[in-house]
Design a protein around this ligand. Structure first.
Ligand code: ACO
Length: 429
């Protein structure tokens, strides 16, 4: 990153030279850090459409090319060749592991899959019909009350233990939230299983009969996890960074990320999308929904369509679509009506001027719900599975932020409220 170029700002007869920073990939960045000190002016960018709030070496997206790289490796190569735990290692430590490193990492994660036994009682305080995301926000936040030995953010060893704990325990917590909601006993983690296989077992095994993990579903779930593992400075990751910038403990920061992810404009879109596809029901009703999505007054958007960054295609959606076809074919449910509606909706939308001109393409959530439904997950579990997958991204970005010695996140504002006025006693108002 060098700053041998400058941009010049002219303001009230004065000029200010602003350094231009060059990244390894992507557009240059104007460094405005000294602007307020020198020119007494703020910049205005709600939604951060043009603002880099940090530097990062983890994930790169080129929205025009439809490119997503984890530590430089293309997502489609990783999704086809790698595994979620290997991707976790890559995101956390920057390089693909050797066979020994991967084995060691797998052992470390596996050793932490159980949660403190007392946490079981914590679950019982929730209503049975709570959304599993609501339970997860609470229980993950409560991890800071159970794991006091990994709260010191200034100790690299404690940061490392917190990272491993979170990657290992989030699937257990999500599965417990699910089991609690359906009134079944919790299933303890089984360390002989893979990361994805263990999660399937914790969700679907019951004491009354054996459950055998289906390798097709195990592989498909592992791929879904890889595709969701990180996505640079999206809303939930920025939330984790902002929370962490105050020095909050990592469990509290990840709980904040989970809360942000839940919204339908972000991770909640996978649930909303499948519900929309089911509501459409048959292909003959698609034109009605396309018309509603184009009508600004309807307040309706095509869920699983559009992205802040991808303006060509979402490379994760391409892999996800292939995966949906493959999984449903292997399960013998390729005539699944929801998949038929999804494909036809995609075809119609992509040939419609409204969607073409606004560069609206299917995003990762468009096909993921179809696969998760075929696996037997209820829609309420879709976003928790996203949260499990994104945990490594959040924690990698959090670790990067802590070691970058950054400042507390503190945006400025364009104040539009009343100017100073004097207090009026209640009897005179
Ligand atoms: N259906 C219909 N119109 C849409 C859609 C959609 N899904 N998405 C955007 N538009 C339209 C908007 O109405 C707007 O039109 P206008 O310029 O005439 O006002 C234009 O496209 C741009 O939309 P913005 O909301 O300004 O785009 P932004 O980048 O802020 O939002 C977002 C991106 C939130 C993803 C949006 O496309 C959306 O709401 N999509 C549906 C929800 C969804 O699928 N979210 C998942 C995102 S991926 C993820 O988190 C894993």
């Amino acid at each position: 990153m060098c700053a041998d170029k400058t941009a010049t700002l002219s303001l009230n007869g004065q000029t200010y030279d602003l350094p231009i920073l060059s990244p390894t990939m992507g557009p240059d960045v104007v460094d405005i850090r000294k602007l307020y000190d020198e020119a007494d002016i703020f910049t205005y960018d709600p939604g951060f459409t043009s603002t880099a709030a940090c530097k990062s070496a983890i994930t790169y997206i080129d929205g025009d090319k439809g490119q997503l790289l984890y530590r430089g490796y293309p997502i489609d190569q990783l999704a086809k060749e790698s595994s979620h735990l290997e991707v976790c290692f890559l995101l956390l430590y920057g390089e693909l592991p050797t066979a020994d490193q991967l084995e060691d990492f797998r052992n470390r994660v596996t050793r932490h899959t159980m949660v403190h036994e007392q946490m079981h009682y914590f679950f019982r305080g929730f209503r049975r019909d709570s959304h599993p995301m609501a339970t997860m926000v609470g229980v993950v936040g409560a991890m800071s009350a159970f794991y006091h030995d990994s709260l010191d953010i200034n100790d690299p060893w404690q940061r490392e233990v917190a990272a491993i704990r979170m990657i290992a325990k989030l699937p257990t917590i999500a599965a417990m939230a699910y089991k609690y909601s359906v009134g079944q006993p919790f299933v303890y983690p089984k360390n002989s299983l893979s990361y994805a296989g263990n999660f399937l077992n914790m969700c679907f095994a019951v004491p009354a009969e054996d459950y055998v993990v289906n390798p097709i579903l195990e592989k498909a779930l592992d791929r879904i996890m890889m595709l969701h593992a990180d996505h640079e400075q999206n809303a939930s990751t920025s939330t984790v960074r902002l929370a962490g910038s105050s020095g909050a403990n990592p469990f509290a920061c990840i709980a904040a990320g989970i809360a942000c992810l839940w919204g339908p404009a972000h991770g909640g879109a996978n649930q909303a999308c499948l519900e929309m596809l089911r509501e459409i029901g048959t292909v003959d009703r698609i034109p009605e929904y396309i018309a509603r999505a184009k009508d600004k007054n309807s307040g309706f958007r095509l869920m699983g369509f559009g992205h802040r960054v991808y303006k060509n295609f979402d490379p994760r959606a391409t892999v996800m679509k292939e995966s949906a076809d493959e999984v449903l074919e292997l399960l013998g449910s390729h005539n699944n009506p929801t998949l038929q509606v999804a494909k036809e909706l995609e075809r119609i939308a992509l040939s419609d001027d409204y969607f073409i001109s606004k560069k609206l393409y299917p995003n990762v959530d468009f096909y993921s719900g179809i696969i998760l439904e075929a696996m037997g997950f209820p829609t309420a579990m879709f976003t928790p599975i996203f949260a499990i997958s994104r945990t490594v991204g959040w924690i990698s970005q959090w670790k990067e932020m802590i070691t970058d010695a950054g400042k507390i996140g503190r945006p400025r504002q364009l104040y539009i409220g009343p100017t100073q006025r004097d207090y009026v006693d209640v009897k005179d108002r």
